[in-house]
Design a protein around this ligand. Sequence first.
Ligand code: ADP
Ligand code: DAR
Length: 382
Amino acid sequence: MLRLQALRPGTFLFLCRQASKGGKPIDSDTLLRLEDGYKELVASDSKSLLKKHLKKDLFEKLKKKTTASFNSSLLDCIQTGLSNHDSAVGIVAPEPEAYKTFAEIFDPIIEDFHKGFKKTDKHPECCFGKCNDFANLDPDNKYILSTRVRCGRSVKNFPFISCLSENAFAKLEAMISGALNTMSGSYKGSYLPLSGIEKSVQQKLIDEHFLFRDCDRFLKTSGAKRFWPAARGIYFNEARNFVVWVNEEDHLRIISMEKGGDIGKVYERMIGGVEALEKHLDFSRDERLGYLTFCPTNLGSTIRASVHIKLPNLSDNPKEFWKLMDKYNLQRRGTRGEHTKVEDGVYDISNKRRVGLTEYEAVKEMYDGIRALIDAENKIFK
Ligand code: ADP
Ligand code: DAR
C-alpha cells in the first residue's frame, strides 16, 4: 500500500478521477496471502458478512484491484475478516476511494448490516431534528444507568486510520487538537495525547468508559494500530460529559455521555460539539453514503446512541428480549463495549442501523426500542 502525505485539496479530487484507472498491480505476496486467507475463510464456519457476500466469482473479480489514490488492495480491506473468522462484518475501508473501488463487496454488506440500504439508495441529508422529543425514559433511574450518544467523523483529504503515513497522522492530530482547543463554554476542556497518559490512568479511564480500549484484535488486524499510541488521544470538557477520541478507529469520535436516561440532553450536547468542530474541520461526506468512516457499520449518520441498562426480568426471558431487539433494530454489546461480556447484568443497548436514516431517526430508533424494552420489563412480568 502506497503511503502518501496528506493530500492537498484538489490533488485528492484529481486522484479520485483517476480511480477508475486503479492503482499499481498488487505484488505476488499480497495475492498469495489473499488466496490463502480466502481459502481458509471459505472452509471456516465464519458467520461474517464478508464470508456471506464475498463469493468466489466476486473474489476473483476484485482480488487484483487497487485504488488509485493510496494503492489499497482487497487484502487491506479484508485482512481483519480473514484473520478473525468470528468477525460479525470482516471488512474495513482504508480510504474513501475503497468504497468505490470495492463497491461490489461493500454495497451488499452495507445493505445487509443496515437492513436494506440498497446500492441505488442515497443516505439522507444530515438532520439532527428536535432533541426535546427525547424525554427521560427512566426519571426514577430504575433501569438506565447511563446514556451515551456518539458519532464518527473523518477529516477531508486524509485516508482512514490504516492508511495514514506517520507524518499524516501527526498532521491530522495537530489539526484536530487545534480545533478542540477552540472549544468554549461548557465544551471547554483539554486534549490529552495517549502517549502522555500513564498506563494506570488509562486503565481507570477505560474502566470508567471514557477512554477507548487498547485496540482489539479485530482493529489490530485491520491496520488500525499502526504507529500506536502516536497521534492518538482523548479530549474531555471540564464536566467530563463531552469526550472526543482522536485517531482510535476513526479520525474523530464525538461523544456525549452522562449518568441517567436523559437521552435528549445527551444528544443535544453531542450536536453542539459536532457543530462547533465543523467550524474548524472539513469532514468527509459521500453523496450516497453520507459521512465516511473506516468501518462500513459506522457510515451515514455514524450515530450510535446507547444506554447502559439493567433488565433482570427480560434477561430471564431471552426469547422475548431478542424478539424486541430485532423488532426495534437494536444492537446489544457487553458492559465494556463491543466484543466484551455483560457484567452484573449491565447491557449496552443501542441502535444498530446508521445508514439510510437521519441522525434524528437513528436516535429515535434507539429511543423507541429502549422504551419498548422497559415497558416489557414492567408489563409482561408483573
Ligand atoms: P463505540 O463503537 O460507540 O465507540 P464501544 O462498544 O467501543 O462503542 O464502547 C466504547 C466505550 O463506551 C466502552 O467503554 C463502553 O462501555 C462505553 N459505553 C457505550 N455505551 C455507554 C453508555 N450508554 N454509558 C456508558 N458507557 C458506555
Ligand atoms: N468486530 C469487527 C468490527 C465490527 C464493527 N465494529 C467496529 N467498527 N468497531 C467485525 O467485523 O465484527
